[in-house]
Design a binder for this molecule. Structure first.
Ligand SMILES: Cc1ncc(COP(=O)(O)O)c(C=O)c1O
Length: 360
């Protein structure tokens, strides 16, 4: 059996991870502030990084919570801001772990269909008009996981207007936005709707290294205070050494060059995967993304990506079955991550996948 090529993991390729950069910045940070970094810290994260993030997003540190990866901030929100039985709006498809955690926390889920230019805001408006107003709508604005899409400016504005009309909150989760291959960046929903309507989360997992486990949430101060208490009760404080290393990267102006480097690595991978689409069956639908890590495929007819996953694995390639990103159905969809493998592996993996689908 050939070595399995994984299109399943939404992680950066080894070449994207600059160990030397992290080592230098961690060493410098430790030398400068050892007593704070090596002690128990504060539940809200390493204070100087909170300050830096606040300034970066034009806000104040009492609105910033740093967590061990951004997913943890989302989970704290489910546990603190929402209650079991609350209606949460999730894009369909959405990030599989966001869906999993919402289910695990007993949320009622309002599935909002996705279109090529982001969520179907009209469908959300219709649900609200019919009395199904979510407490929170979770959206991934740029280079969506898994759909690869970016929500248009028009829809960003419409979503905010709808939130204002019906009084729901938006959580904009944007770990991929800075990894843009082409086109112009759009204004953040957080900037359009403001901090009393929109919460924002992001992460250094995709721009620096996921092993650092540094993500953050921006929300109103009273909510951040209760989430900080929750964090403190759960793990006392998040790990301050990686946060201090991240701060050093940012303060020394090294984040932007790293993002440029990672973006180029991802762009060539996107191109290799887009070229490999020729091997997919006629009628396969896919819009190659303009940034980020993922390509989303809809197979024609009754081809089931769920059923074919074990067959693909035997043929030496794996992916994420798209059905795991929906509340139900959509067995003909799949997510291919080009982020974690080399362009050469992508070429071979797409050929293998093409053969699996052709045989089916
Ligand atoms: C949309 C989205 N949000 C959050 C995360 C989790 O990131 P972190 O590593 O910061 O927990 C991911 C990781 O794949 C993601 O795709």
């Amino acid at each position: 059996m050939p070595d399995v090529i994984s299109f399943a993991r939404g992680a950066p390729a080894p070449e994207a991870l600059d160990g030397g950069l992290i080592a230098r910045c961690a060493t410098a940070a430790l030398a400068a502030d050892p007593a704070v970094i090596l002690s128990y810290g504060t539940g809200g994260g390493y204070p100087p990084l909170r300050e830096w993030l606040a300034a970066h997003h034009g806000t104040t540190a009492d609105r910033v919570l740093i967590t061990n990866g951004s997913l943890e901030g989302y989970v704290f929100l489910l546990e603190t801001f929402l209650s079991p039985g609350d209606l949460i709006g999730l894009e369909a498809p959405t990030y599989d772990r966001a869906l999993l955690q919402a289910r695990r926390h007993g949320m009622e889920i309002l599935a909002i269909p996705m279109e090529a230019d982001g969520m179907d805001v009209d469908a959300l408006a219709a649900a609200c008009a019919a009395g199904r107003v979510p407490r929170l709508v979770y959206t991934i604005p740029n280079f969506h996981n898994p759909a690869g899409t970016t929500i248009s400016l028009e829809k960003r504005r419409a979503l905010v207007a709808l939130a204002e009309q019906h009084g729901f909150w938006i959580l904009e989760d944007d770990p991929y936005g800075r990894l843009r291959f082409e086109g112009e960046a759009l204004p953040a929903i957080y900037g359009i709707g403001g901090p009393e309507r929109v919460m924002f989360s992001s992460s250094f997992s995709k721009t620096l290294a996921p092993g650092l486990r540094v993500g953050y949430l921006i929300a109103p101060p009273d909510l951040i205070a209760s989430l900080t208490t929750r964090a403190n009760q759960t793990y006392i404080s998040p790990a301050h050494l990686p946060e201090a290393a991240v701060l050093k990267v940012c303060e020394d102006g090294l984040l932007d060059p790293n993002i440029a480097r990672v973006t180029e690595l991802m762009r060539v991978r996107r191109d290799a995967m887009a070229a490999g689409l020729v091997h997919m069956p006629a009628g396969t639908r896919c819009t190659p993304p303009q940034g980020g890590f993922f390509m989303w495929l809809e197979l024609p007819g009754d081809l089931s990506a769920d059923a074919l996953l074990p067959v693909a694995q035997d043929a030496g390639v794996i992916y994420v079955a798209g059905s795991s990103c929906f509340t139900e159905g959509h067995h003909n969809t799949l997510r291919l991550a080009y982020s974690g493998v080399s362009p050469a592996e992508i070429t071979v993996g797409m050929e293998r996948l093409g053969q699996v689908f052709a045989r089916a």
